[in-house]
Ligand binder design. Structure first.
Ligand SMILES: [Fe+2]
Length: 477
């Protein structure tokens, strides 16, 4: 099946949304489950320009939060830009006010030398210790009012996140204690992954550090009962390129090289003290991990492997930003399970041949084996995600909820039905975009019967630019 492209239909998968809305969704089909109550928060780059200058990369746009508050059979929608320094300045600046990962400021080398990328708070959003935090992996979180989505300010956990304060967009929760674990990529004085635990009262403490052999890029991690688990792809900032980026001669994102010969480094950092165990395996190209757990004496990591170089993956991101063309690559990578044995073997097992990304699962199963992974997939070799698949990690089989033609799926978030005991007893909440009509929807799927018609489809009054990550909080905003 060939899909319409930008050139033959005029539609785009990414369109900025400048306006901020606040309304009850009154156009819908189906019915919200009575016991579904809470708030879906999503984050993503709402616009890809600053000060009138087009930004150079999908990762550079100002974070725009969406919330879908579900209560009493109704959904209330609201969106707000995160009021970062970058956002504020870009309203009046001539051109981009700061550098970003893939964007230079106007003014040449002098205007860009020794400038770090600005925190645009656009990648994830989580609720922890009663605080809603917009996350961006290069700097500290931004605290947001969970009801109004007003920006409260940069959150450094009582000053514990110092200086650049990198704090990734992929924290994980210990389901027994409620502690949140996360890491930040630190480049100086030595390249490392700085690891943190934030207790259920919001107090941040250090877990330890994983030293990296070079300045490298890492986006996600896994949590087992014993370890924080890192699978570090060979994405290296070579010294000369890094210096070039620092001196304002090139973009940071272009300073990344995929050095396959290095292989992939795995680090198991003990959660309660001790040095990391380091292993190496064949080179992988991934951004996202799914679940991570222990199986006897083995550590098991599931992730989305792209079977491609960084240049190819980055090219796919560029395609999503600039408009898909006939040359765009099929969307996504495939689910791979890594089994790390006591004797330091790393066994690779393909879980499924479906192409997708944004793996999610019932978070109650964090750090223990889960049966079902939900993935935004491009069926039929599509160049954007056009379905949500439910992959059975035991049999490798899948079922998929295919969206109507020309609809793009964002990440699906699972939320359990109150009182549920079965892993898949709950709903998948996802935003989707009708690209032909430029209107977005909120879809609620019954996770047990994912192929069935949606339980509920609510129409927004506008489109929704691609969002990266989100969460469902049981409190209705
Ligand atoms: Fe991510």
């Amino acid at each position: 099946m060939s899909s319409p492209t930008t050139s033959d239909t005029g539609y785009r998968d990414y369109i900025p949304l400048y306006d901020e809305y606040d309304y009850d969704i009154d156009e819908f089909e189906g019915r919200l489950p009575e016991d579904l109550r809470g708030t879906l928060y999503r984050n993503g780059p709402g616009k890809l320009d600053a000060g009138g200058q087009p930004l150079g990369h999908l990762f550079d746009g100002d974070g725009m939060l969406s919330m879908f508050a579900v209560a009493d059979g109704k959904v209330h929608y609201r969106n707000r830009y995160v009021r970062t320094k970058h956002y504020h300045k870009s309203l009046t600046s001539q051109g981009a006010p700061y550098r970003a990962l893939g964007t230079m400021r106007p003014g040449g080398v002098l205007a860009n030398a020794m400038q770090f990328p600005a925190n645009v708070a656009n990648t994830g959003v989580v609720m922890h210790a009663g605080k809603l935090l917009a996350l961006w992996e290069g700097g500290p979180p931004t605290e947001i009012d969970p009801d109004t989505l007003d920006t409260i300010g940069v959150h450094r956990f009582d000053g514990k996140l110092k200086w650049l304060g990198a704090f990734s967009a992929h924290p994980k929760w210990d389901q027994a204690t409620g502690d949140m674990y996360n890491f930040g990529l630190a480049m100086v004085p030595n390249p490392s992954l700085a690891c943190y635990r934030v207790d259920r009262n919001g107090k941040l403490g250090k877990v330890g550090k994983v030293q990296l052999p070079r300045p490298m890029f890492n986006h996600d991690f896994g949590l087992t009962p014993k370890h924080m688990v890192f699978v570090v792809a060979p994405l290296v900032f070579p010294l000369t390129k890094m210096m070039g980026a620092g001196l304002g001669l090139r973009n940071y994102i272009d300073a990344i090289d995929y050095e396959a010969a290095r292989g992939t480094m795995i680090a198991l950092l003990p959660r309660y003290g001790g040095r990391p165990r380091i292993l190496h395996t064949d080179p992988l190209m991934h951004l996202h991990l799914s679940n991570t757990y222990e199986d006897g004496t083995d550590t098991v990591v599931e992730l989305v492997n792209y079977h491609a170089s960084w240049e190819q993956l980055n090219g796919q991101l560029q395609g999503l930003q600039d408009g898909l063309t006939d040359n765009s690559l099929p969307y996504g990578g495939t689910l791979l399970r890594l089994r790390i044995t006591k004797s330091d073997r790393v066994i690779h097992e393909d879980l499924s041949d479906l192409q997708g990304d944004f793996p999610t699962y019932n978070l109650r199963y964090t750090s223990r084996q889960n049966r079902y992974t939900y993935l935004a997939v491009g069926l039929d070799g599509n160049r954007y995600p056009n379905a949500i698949a439910k992959v059975d990690n035991i049999t490798g089989e899948h079922r998929a909820h295919r969206l109507p033609a020309d609809h793009l799926a964002h990440e699906a978030i699972f939320t359990p039905r109150p009182g549920a005991t079965a892993e898949d007893d709950g709903w998948l909440l996802l935003a989707s975009q009708d690209m032909a009509r430029s209107v977005a929807h909120l879809r609620v799927l019954d996770a047990r019967d994912i192929e069935a018609d949606p339980v509920y489809v609510g129409s927004l009054r506008h489109h929704l630019p691609l969002t990266f990550h989100g969460n469902f909080a049981p409190r209705a905003a």
